[in-house]
Design a protein around this ligand. Sequence first.
Ligand SMILES: NC(=O)c1ccc[n+]([C@@H]2O[C@H](COP(=O)([O-])OP(=O)(O)OC[C@H]3O[C@@H](n4cnc5c(N)ncnc54)[C@H](OP(=O)(O)O)[C@@H]3O)[C@@H](O)[C@H]2O)c1
Length: 323
Amino acid sequence: MKAIVMTGVGGPEVLVTREVPEPRPGAGDLVIRAEAIPVLFPETKLCSGEYPLPVEPPVPFGFQAVGTVTEVGADVDTALIGQRVAVDTMGFGAYAEYVCAPATSAVPIPDALSAPDAAAVLMSGSVALTLLETARLTGVETVLIEAAATGVGAALTQLAKRNGAARVIATAGGPAKLAQARKLGADETIDHTDPSWPAQLAESRTGATVDVVFDSIGGPTATALLDAVTPLQGRILSYGFLSGAPAQISAADLIPRGITLTGCSGPHWLARVANSRPAALAQAATGTLIPQIASILPLDQAATAHQLLDSRTPLGAIILTPS
Ligand SMILES: NC(=O)c1ccc[n+]([C@@H]2O[C@H](COP(=O)([O-])OP(=O)(O)OC[C@H]3O[C@@H](n4cnc5c(N)ncnc54)[C@H](OP(=O)(O)O)[C@@H]3O)[C@@H](O)[C@H]2O)c1
């Protein structure tokens, strides 16, 4: 079968189409014939070596896929064969015609949802729902969503008001992304390509503060936002570091302000995210979360897909299709 193999650490060119043996399911595994494979932002960082690699290259690349179950291993219900599911490989091997994954990761796809739409919301929707559950918004609060035009930020922007936000302020990079954030439900937008944007936020709020920050940028930006957060009740949920570094915030910053910083990463967090996948797919099927797809590309254009994500131009998910 055809698979995209990560041949080394580097730019998108390390992703090469190769013929590899079809995977066989071990005990507790299943295999799907892949129909839609999401290209995920963190995968671009794994490829470039910025995030630690769980397995040394060369390896078939990719974390998630959506398709139809063709085979199951020992201890897996044979009734799954023929069902449409989304899977998480917990490692590598999703950019391929056939994908092997733990059966426990398989989530049924609602009939009303296409494979590309399911692939587009699988990660972004489940992370956003878990963040919103963690934030415990009260119905009268103002939230700040960073990088709100795409990915997790876009799903948060769509879902925030249904989950207790009264007002949504969104950051994004450049006019097209700012317009996209507004289309998705932001009341106000700020261009985060201007490094002084935290100061602009404070000015535009004329003394008012934001109650919850969904922080995906991290680094020194998170420090610059501290005085814009509501004292005593404010919460910062740190789930990404697009700036290249985690939020530069210490207990000495939080204690005098009475602000809470919640780390939203690591295995325990990811277990909660996995539990939210059925809800994310259900919300996409019923239209409360609208999948945002920028392009659907053939599997062998995986390197192009990574180039596109690196360019920061797509206004939605990029999905690979093996057929
Ligand atoms: N903790 C978790 O469970 C979890 C899960 C998934 C992702 N993440 C993390 O969350 C972050 C966003 O991931 P995603 O999948 O939602 O990505 P995404 O939205 O699909 O793509 C990244 C977006 O971030 C913006 N961006 C890129 N570089 C940036 C920079 N240096 N400074 C500010 N913004 C930048 C770009 O938007 P603009 O063009 O508008 O700047 C780009 O569209 C990443 O750090 C990722 O690793 C965490």
